[in-house]
Structures are given as C-alpha cells and as structure tokens.
Design a protein around this ligand. Structure first.
Ligand code: FMN
Length: 202
C-alpha cells in the first residue's frame, strides 16, 4: 500500500486543529521504484524550493544533484551511509542541500542560513508530495567526504541529502524497513508551545 491520499494518511495522523491536507499528506517514504523522473518534474521541485522565504531574501540555499542515469550518480551515492544506500539505490535523484554562511552583499554572517535552507527543503518536499513523488531528507551521509568530492568551498554549510523518486509498494522494501513505511505521528501541541516565557520540562 502507498499512503499518499488524505484518507489513508489520516489513519496514522490526527491533527489537533484543522490544517491544509498538503501538509498532513507529506511524509518520508523509503520505497521507490528505481524509475527515472521527468526532468521538468525534477526542476519543478527546485522551483518550489526557490520560493521559500529567507532573511533579507538572501536565498542562501544551493542544491547539487545527480540523477541515477547520469555520470555523477556514483559520486553522490558513495556519500550515503550503508543504511541509506539500502533504499536510496531505488531513488531517481540524490540532492545535496548546502547553504551560504555569509550574506553575499556584505559578507557578514547570516545566522539564519540553515533555517532558510530548511524552509526551502520543506517547500521541495511539499511539492514532491503534491506531485505523488517521494522526497526523503537524510543526515546519514558523509558530509566531509561530500565537501571534498563535490568540491564545496568552506563558506558553504552542508545541510542534508534528499532522495527523490517514484513511490513503490512497502513490500518492495527489505523486510526490516517495511514496518516503518507509514506516515509518522507528532508530539502534542502542548509539548511544543508555551505562551510567554520558557517553561518546557527539558
Ligand atoms: C534533516 C533530516 C535528516 C534525516 N535523516 C534521515 C536518514 O538519514 N535516514 C532516513 O531514513 N530518514 C531520515 N530522515 C527522515 C526522518 O526520519 C523523518 O522525516 C521523520 O521521522 C518524520 O517523518 P515524516 O517525514 O515521514 O513525517 C531525516 C529527516 C530530516 C528532516
């Protein structure tokens, strides 16, 4: 089963307040078919990312990518940890998100560069989900190897890797991964918001 419609997703997710189905339906599957995705469709995901808000409209995010059918694929795939290689082998593209540490106009530190890159990733993920594609972020890759192998200068931070592809059935995954192939739940609002000053337990 592929959980990509609201009815299915609502079996796992019960929001406390009403929100847009676009947000609720996005989740991070691992099962992908291994098929290529159309270049225009891939570009439309970056287009969505590009419209994220950012401090001073700096747009500090940058994306390096490799499609599976390209000569760059091996370079990207070899950065992945063993666990992530196990399922990203069936993705259509791997995307590395990096962000520029300083503002371009004055070269002063931009303390929000990672925050803004996170907004861009979420835009990409929501667009992918709306298009019925998988977009799954990962920290499980060798960031230092990525810096060297992909020739990323020091004034950029390495944020996350994203696997993009066409969704496949849960049963197509190795057995150990099948159980978690479903939309995850969230903390209660009462655990993440407080009115006024900090009063969280930890
Ligand atoms: C920055 C980041 C790093 C992540 N790293 C990995 C990873 O290395 N491997 C993996 O399988 N999932 C990874 N995930 C996926 C998360 O586990 C997933 O987003 C989280 O459990 C929430 O589930 P959902 O995205 O399906 O709503 C990562 C997600 C983010 C945003």
């Amino acid at each position: 089963m592929i959980y990509n419609n609201l009815e299915d997703v609502k079996k796992f997710r019960n929001p406390e307040f009403e929100i847009s189905p676009t947000i609720l339906k996005r989740w991070s599957p691992r099962s992908m078919t291994g098929e290529a995705i159309d270049k225009n469709e891939l570009m439309s995901l970056f287009e969505a990312a590009k419209w994220a808000p950012s401090s001073y409209n700096e747009q500090p995010w940058r994306f390096l990518y490799a499609t599976k059918d390209s000569s760059n694929w091996q370079l990207f795939f070899e950065l992945m940890g063993e666990f992530n290689q196990g399922w990203t082998k069936n993705s259509a593209a791997l995307v590395l998100v990096i962000s520029r540490n300083n503002f371009a106009y004055n070269d002063k530190p931009n303390v929000n560069h990672s925050f803004d890159a996170g907004s861009a990733w979420e835009n990409l993920a929501l667009e992918a989900s709306e298009k019925g594609l998988v977009a799954h972020a990962m920290a499980g890759f060798d960031a230092e190897k990525a810096r060297v192998d992909l020739k990323i200068p020091e004034h950029y931070s390495i944020e996350a890797m994203i696997a993009i592809g066409k969704p496949a059935k849960k049963e197509d995954l190795p057995e150990g991964l099948q159980e978690n192939e479903k939309p995850s739940d969230r903390k209660k609002l009462s655990e993440i918001i407080k009115e006024g000053v900090f009063s969280f337990d930890n």
